[in-house]
Design a protein around this ligand. Sequence first.
Ligand SMILES: *Cc1c(COP(=O)(O)O)cnc(C)c1O
Length: 402
Amino acid sequence: MSRCRDKMTKINNNSSSIDIKYVDSEITDIIKQEKERQCKGLELIAAQNFTSKAVAQAMGSCLMNDGDKTHRSDNMDKIEKICQKRALELFKLDPEEWGVNVHSLSGSIANLVAYTAIAGPHGKIMGLDLFDGGHYSHGFHGSIDDTMATSIKLHYSGDLFINTSRDLDYRRFRDICDDVGAYLLGDMAHVCGLVAAGLAPSPFDFCDIVTTTTYKSLRGPRAGLIFFRKAVAVSLKEAMSPDFIFYQKQILANAKALCTEIQTRGYSIATGGTDNHMVIIELDTRKVNANQAATVLEDVGLYVNKKLRPSDKDKTKPSGLRIGSPALTSRSFKEHHFTTVADFIDRAIKIAEQVVEVCGRKEGKFKEELFQNPKIQANVNDLRTEIENFAMQFPMPGIKGW
Ligand SMILES: *Cc1c(COP(=O)(O)O)cnc(C)c1O
């Protein structure tokens, strides 16, 4: 090992042994900027999270070098087996009943693999349209005709959780599938961590296939969980610890605290509450749409999703703001911190409303007014500084400085 290292230092004109900051200052700078952004802002996008140092180390290790599936080393086989074993254990699945493919590099690919495996040529897949809460990888459909309703391979979307923030009745989906002779696929990408911790209903009880991503509430690397790849094993081990259950419980408590505080401040919440890690603020009765609100939120360092809601007539002007608690819970946020976050969100939305009051409803004028009106900029700067100071008190998981 040490001879190997000595040799490496001797080859000093070989760029593959030089630190990134000397090889590529441009990318190094961007990494630093991104780290700063992540530390100073408040990540409220429900699908985002911060991985641990251990997961980051596995991702940046020599395992990266094994790209060829036909000539891979025994160590890779070992990792794959560990990965599969941990995945089944985590979701309390009987290896006799459930198999697991760990090769997928993302959730969308996992879905595509599942579709092509069960729906042959001209097979039908039923999923939710993007606007109704489906994911891009769920395809889209027009009107459902009789043929579709009876011969479909029914595919329910995990994103239903997203738009309703509510638990799903898997048994009803199962019953419909049994009626029409369809397979049931559960895409639990968003709630995966909650399911792993036993805090959300498990799709495994009713589904034929379950797909997921590993980097959302599960807090692993960017990959598919049921279709795993190597570094996933580390996050699966982390997910089996009692700490992980505490983490998932805190995610729920934080989402509830945020929801209550937002409601107290007079906002309406889709479905009137939340069962999971997400809260959707409805802006239809406010002076701003989600584009305008999110522009201000982002400008002050609050990162959220804009969401079209079924009642939105103009598909370019969503009325929903989706807030998620997993990422900030990874930064040790507790309920009272989320109460403060709710205050920040409320104040940012009010700034957006203030902009509309000055410039009217014309969307084109909004950014100009926001960024050029000195009085509004003063409010924005004050809020941004306050959020930065608040955010910087909290730890950031991962590798320091990277
Ligand atoms: C995020 C997500 C995916 C896709 O994940 P990628 O890793 O980006 O391909 C699929 N389905 C749902 C429900 C998701 O939320």
